[in-house]
Design a protein around this ligand. Structure first.
Ligand SMILES: NC(=O)c1ccc[n+]([C@@H]2O[C@H](COP(=O)([O-])OP(=O)(O)OC[C@H]3O[C@@H](n4cnc5c(N)ncnc54)[C@H](O)[C@@H]3O)[C@@H](O)[C@H]2O)c1
Length: 424
């Protein structure tokens, strides 16, 4: 425990806040995590993580045992800290407008407990100009002047679930201050564990940078998905075409699939354009294309049922994989779930199997027994070595639809369709 380094309060202990709190605590800072969910607080204080992530249990237990990390739901316990790091969720509402209620409530809590000279860091992904607005809110609530009486920074997080503890250390980081001094203070703080490059800029540039990164990926995935539609028109395998196009030294085409999911990619393009005064066609169109992919996959399934004269209302469908990403337990905004929602009313029965999700079939065999079609909706590694001869022998009708390019050579005896696989 090293008081000289200063005390940090991390607000919101989810996928981002908890690992960040652990990193600071294990670098010698006294860290207190403030979290509204009491079940999460209790679990963390007992040294156990409530999220799945490699290394997290050992690192959390070390941080708690050292006395450097503790969690609380009581705002009294975060009064007068040197640093507040806000890591709450910033989801979309049903109308795709940003839901800023979590962030605003966290900022109001911080305004109630902070002291003169505190540094307030927003790690959450936010619409452009939010940090400045939140600084104004703190000024109103405290009477402090931003930039002189307190400092404020947007420090976006770029980690990928599954690699969080490596990427927290080795990724480069951006510190967007409401003043250059704010950015400087944050950069110095994060040097406690960041070994990647660090850059200082304004808070609005930093907010835009984070959102541009995910929008870049979303738009490029939409282009790849549109190439997949074309492949069906021309009777070719889009993955073969992409592989060949990517041998060009300046081309890097992304990967088409059943859709885009997770907490970030589907929402960040909306956050980027939300405060702007005009409509932005390309970004919005890309979102629409990516959102349509579960329906495109449904069309592939229904055309296969039609080819084999299976009436949809009699069909039993087995969906393999529910998470948005292979080898993960995260189902947030998963295209597999959107696909199930899209076919739910039209077919007789939908069964699911996902080794990472509770409440699904116990095995692929159990899910496919008597089924008319199997859909691969997630690229879990174990799906690459399924015994299709055996699975096929259990099915009533042998239809296989691949939404994640898991199957390279379609198994014999199946009617095969895949997103981007126009050659069959
Ligand atoms: N998950 C990722 O991979 C990732 C990557 C980069 C950036 N981000 C961004 O980081 C932010 C956090 O994402 P996450 O995945 O960690 O979210 P999360 O939902 O896992 O965690 C947020 C936590 O904050 C708590 N919380 C909400 N309001 C609170 C309040 N007022 N006071 C205290 N606690 C509160 C919630 O109970 C929850 O435990 C989001 O803006 C996200 O876009 C996430």
């Amino acid at each position: 425990m090293n008081n000289a380094l200063g005390e940090i309060a991390v607000i919101g202990l989810g996928y981002i806040g908890l690992p960040t709190a652990i990193m600071f605590a294990n670098s010698g800072y006294r860290v207190i995590g403030y979290e509204i969910r009491e079940d999460v607080v209790e679990k963390i204080n007992s040294g156990k993580a409530h999220i799945v992530e490699p290394e997290i249990d050992e690192l959390l237990s070390k941080a708690v045992k050292s006395g450097n990390l503790r969690a609380t739901s009581n705002p009294e316990e975060i009064v007068g800290k040197d640093v507040y790091i806000i890591c709450v969720q910033t989801p979309l509402r049903k109308d795709n407008a940003p839901d800023m209620t979590y962030l605003e409530s966290a900022v109001r809590t911080v305004a109630r407990v902070m002291k003169r000279d505190s540094l307030v860091v927003i790690e959450s992904t936010v619409p452009p100009m939010t940090t400045i607005k939140m600084a104004r809110l703190i000024e109103e609530l405290t009477g402090f002047k931003a930039g002189t009486d307190f400092h404020m920074v947007h420090a976006p997080e770029r980690v990928m679930p599954g690699r969080i503890f490596k990427e927290l250390v080795y990724n480069s980081r951006i510190f967007g201050g409401i003043t250059p001094e704010s950015a400087e203070r944050a950069e110095k703080l994060y040097r406690a564990f960041v070994k990647g490059q660090t850059f200082k800029t304004s808070s609005t540039v930093s907010e835009v940078v984070k959102l541009m990164e995910n929008t870049f990926r979303d738009v490029n995935i939409a282009l790849a998905n549109e190439f997949a539609f074309l492949a069906h028109q021309y009777g070719i395998n889009v993955f073969e075409a992409i592989e060949l196009a990517n041998t060009h030294p300046r081309v890097r085409i992304h990967v088409p699939s059943i859709g885009v999911g997770g907490h970030c990619l589907p929402k960040d393009p909306h956050l980027l354009v939300w405060p702007a005064k005009e409509d932005f066609g390309l970004i919005k169109l890309a979102r629409d294309i990516n959102d349509s992919m579960p329906l495109f996959t449904k069309d592939l399934l229904f055309s296969a049922l039609n080819e084999l004269n299976v009436q949809p209302e009699d069909a039993v469908i087995a969906v393999l994989g529910l998470t948005y990403k292979g080898d993960s337990d995260d189902t947030r905004n998963s295209p597999a779930l959107k696909f199930i929602e899209a076919i739910g009313e039209d077919v007789k029965e939908v069964r699911t199997y996902d080794p990472y999700v509770a409440g699904t079939s116990k095995s692929p065999e159990e899910a496919v027994e008597g089924a008319d079609a199997v859909i691969i909706a997630t690229d879990h590694s174990t799906f690459r070595s399924l015994d299709w001869e055996r699975l096929g022998s259990l099915m009533r009708t042998r239809i296989l639809v691949d939404g994640k390019h898991v199957i390279r050579t379609p198994p014999r005896g199946f009617l095969f369709k895949g997103v981007g696989r126009g050659e069959y």
